[in-house]
Ligand binder design. Sequence first.
Ligand SMILES: [Zn+2]
Length: 107
Amino acid sequence: MSHIHVDRKVLEAGAVYRNLLVASTGLVPDEPTVVTTGCGVEAPYAQTSIRPESVTCLPCREHAAAEHLRYADQVSRLARMTGSVVSAEEAGEAARWARETAAKFAG
Ligand SMILES: [Zn+2]
């Protein structure tokens, strides 16, 4: 049985990022058919997941955990920028979600 990986850009594949992008730019990104995974191989999009409970590839889990922690820091910084489209409350929520998701991937 083949592993389930994460998209290298795991956060851009996720609903939170997509919604943020749609809200701020009005663009709806297409879902790719083939993606580069967190462990560096190309895999069909269908063989990837953004749900921690579904990802079975260990390097991908580690990648996803690191990416979510990085995202939590980024979104916290973003909220402090003048004219940010993200409110402090939204950013706090997104950062909390990202840290919780990182913990699930790391666990
Ligand atoms: Zn992988």
